[in-house]
Design a protein around this ligand. Structure first.
Ligand SMILES: Nc1ncnc2c1ncn2[C@@H]1O[C@H](COP(=O)(O)OP(=O)(O)OP(=O)(O)O)[C@@H](O)[C@H]1O
Length: 678
């Protein structure tokens, strides 16, 4: 038997295909379906039992183009597709959304059918043809007409071409007077598609409930209290720990306005503050609240820890830092001496400590500049942050630069995989101590200046900029003003470093402290030895160019040499201590002739270069290398000069393969010679 026929006329090809598929699936085995779309062109004459139009517009347009006849002609009612409803549920509540369709009436129809389905958490604004901009609207929804979305829309949601509703389908079946069993089969099919969808939605809901329960269990096991508010400032999460602290159950507070639950001070902190944490006393418990604003989610997460817990965490962090060696080992108590010049220096240093600015410490070698830097950090607000000390003259230019600022992977051969953090990054929220700042090269000076100005770091070879919050304490035994005058130190960097200034007095200006310091160094070495008065008297006449470090090394020497229970004058290193020059004037006595000066300079420079490479300097090596300095020295000449330098304490001669090393004093002397040769 031939199947009765039905014709569907739609506006667009897209709608035609969707509606054809719908009718075909539901009634295809009972009816034969023909379809036309206005935008594809219509035959001049259309005739059928039923003419079903997809919309009033389609009807008007079709009738303008063709003569259409049928027993029954009607416009089908359409409804949105249930499988797309989920997409609408992802739109945040309260949002205003543009509804886009190809004509004003159908746009309103779609909005109505969505509201009728109970989706009313969003507010729809109907699209008007020709209007390109809609204030405060970033999301648009359309049943298949997404090409009409205004170009600026970020979030476009297609809810698919609408289908005919059940009433329309039943009207068609009715018309053909198909038997009841067919009608109920068709409606069963219609319902089945809806039931499948509802099953899916139900499963998704169950999943969501499970996930929520899982997260709730997770946050309940956390030892901290956790409270979350949404953009309406209502509580969306309140974990188990908080129930005790607030003396309220989660059920009582969830979805309630924060204002009704917490005290004003805590409310102000959560809603308005820019501080990350604050102390509160709640129902007799002292807590620290930490606040985190998740800007994109418009959510604030607040965690509560007991003060005791927070303190323990800080201590653990401190211990971790200590393990890494990034901590200050000394404080002001360790700076010995009662001479008024020293006490005054300590008094000033304590004041500088609590300011946040950079400090430049000036003073001769061995006066205790590093000791002051450690103590300042420990007395500062950053005392719980790291303290990192680096001697700028101990490294070559490129090594110093990569140590300070770090580098990215692949920047140079041998670079560590994954790159390396520089000391500035490691010292974040703490202090970096740059010793011997006067020795840094122009390139490092420029880089350091940038970091101080911008307060951010870009690793060598890297692009990423990382903000750093580091206080710089720099020290030098050089006169930086002279270095600025001769062009070897940038004045702009000097002013950045020298915001606060501390001058540590040399030992010769506080000779009265010698006795105390001597006894201290003897006792600290674990000896019970006495110190003869004559020793102290000798010390009082010495010039102490190497200051306290020199005193300490002379005592170390005497402790080794001494055979009795008392350190006597005879145990002292006479060549160093009783040398007339060192008593009378400067420890770094320069050689008498410029030829000698040049030779000492060349030798010390060669040893320093060699040591910097981590290699020992042998006499033969030095002799050969001297050619590169245009000043050839034979191994014999080298030997004689090295003897002189050793007596002065500028080099340490090792036996055999150990080679010769330059001492700290030697480096100081070398820089004096370098200045003189300029
Ligand atoms: N007032 C002091 N009391 C006790 N020990 C001190 C004092 N001053 C310095 N020292 C000790 O003297 C030695 C040298 O001190 P420090 O390294 O701080 O000097 P510095 O000025 O930084 O030297 P340099 O300029 O050579 O780097 C260290 O062992 C330090 O502990």
């Amino acid at each position: 038997m031939e199947r009765p026929t039905l014709t569907i006329i739609t506006g667009s090809k897209q709608t035609k295909e969707v509606l054809h598929e719908q009718l075909e699936q539901l009634t295809g085995d009972y009816l034969s379906i023909k379809t036309f779309a206005v935008d594809e062109g219509l035959p001049l004459h259309i005739e059928d039992n039923i003419i079903l139009y997809s919309s009033d517009i389609a009807k008007a347009e079709a009738n303008a183009l063709s003569t259409i006849n049928g027993h029954q002609l009607f416009v089908g009612k359409r409804t949105i597709r249930h499988e797309y409803i989920e997409n609408l549920l992802t739109i945040p509540a309260g949002e205003t959304v543009l509804m886009v369709n190809d004509d004003d009436q159908t746009t309103i129809d779609v909005i109505e059918s969505i509201y009728q389905l109970g989706i009313n958490h969003i507010k729809f604004v109907p699209y008007k043809r020709g209007q390109m901009f809609y204030e405060n609207i970033n999301t648009a929804v359309s049943p298949g007409e997404t090409h009409l979305f205004p170009v600026y829309i970020d979030n476009g949601i297609d809810i698919g071409v609408r289908l005919f509703d059940m009433a329309t389908i039943l009207k068609v079946i009715d018309h053909f007077a198909l038997d009841d069993s067919i009608a109920s089969k068709v409606s069963e099919r219609y319902l089945r598609s809806m039931i499948t969808l509802h099953r899916k939605i139900f499963a998704a809901e169950q999943d969501a409930i499970k996930t929520t329960r899982h997260y709730q269990n997770v946050v309940d096991t956390v030892d901290d209290g956790i409270l979350v508010i949404n953009k309406e400032k209502r509580i969306t999460l309140f974990n188990h720990r908080l129930e005790a602290l607030f003396q309220k159950s989660a059920d009582e507070v969830i979805h309630r306005p924060l204002q009704e639950i917490v005290q004003q001070e805590l409310y102000d902190f959560i809603v308005y503050s820019t501080d990350e944490n604050k102390f509160f006393s709640m129902n007799g418990v002292d807590v620290v609240a930490f606040r985190q604003h998740m800007i994109k989610e418009q959510t604030v997460v607040v965690t509560f820890k007991s003060v005791h817990q927070a303190f323990e965490i800080e201590k653990t962090a401190q211990r971790e830092q200590d393990k890494k060696g990034f901590y200050a080992k000394y404080d002001f108590e360790d700076i010995l001496g009662e001479h008024p010049v020293l006490l005054n220096c300590v008094r000033i240093a304590k004041k500088l400590a609590i300011a946040e600015h950079p400090i430049l410490i000036n003073g001769e070698t061995g006066v205790g500049k590093e000791l002051f830097a450690h103590s300042i950090h420990r007395a500062s607000l950053r005392k719980n942050g790291p303290f990192i000390a680096i001697n700028c003259s101990a490294l070559t230019e490129s090594l110093l630069e990569s140590e300070l600022f770090g580098y990215e992977e692949g920047t140079f051969t041998g670079a560590q995989r994954g790159g390396k953090k520089g000391l500035f990054e490691l010292a974040d929220n703490g202090t970096i101590f740059l010793d011997e700042i006067g020795d840094i090269s122009p390139a490092v000076q420029a880089h350091l200046l940038r970091v101080l100005q911008e307060k951010e770091i870009r690793r060598i070879g890297g692009r990423k900029i990382t903000p750093v919050n580091v206080r710089v304490i720099a020290a030098t035994n050089k006169n930086l003003q002279h270095k600025i005058a001769d062009g070897s130190f940038r004045s702009d960097l000097f002013y950045r470093l020298n915001v606060l200034h501390l001058s540590v007095p040399p030992l010769r200006d506080r000779l009265s402290d010698i006795k105390r310091l001597t006894n201290y160094f003897v006792t600290k070495s674990g000896n019970w030895m006495k110190v003869d008065d004559e020793v102290i008297e000798t010390f009082m006449t010495h010039n102490w160019p190497g200051n306290i470090r020199e005193l300490k090394s002379i005592i170390d020497y005497a402790l080794v040499v001494s055979e009795g229970t008392t350190i006597t004058k005879g145990d002292l290193p006479h060549d160093r201590l009783l040398n007339k020059d060192s008593i009378a004037t400067n420890y770094s006595k320069l050689p008498s002739s410029s030829m000698e000066a040049k030779e000492y300079y060349v030798i010390l420079q060669m040893i320093k270069n060699r040591n910097d490479e981590g290699k020992p300097a042998s006499r033969n090596y030095l002799s050969e290398e001297s050619n590169n300095f245009h000043h050839h020295l034979t191994p014999q000449q080298i030997r004689l000069r090295l003897n002189d330098l050793e007596v002065q304490g500028y080099v340490l001669k090792g036996r055999g393969r150990a080679g010769t090393h330059i001492t700290h004093e030697g480096e100081h002397y070398l820089s004096q010679l370098a200045a003189r040769s300029r």
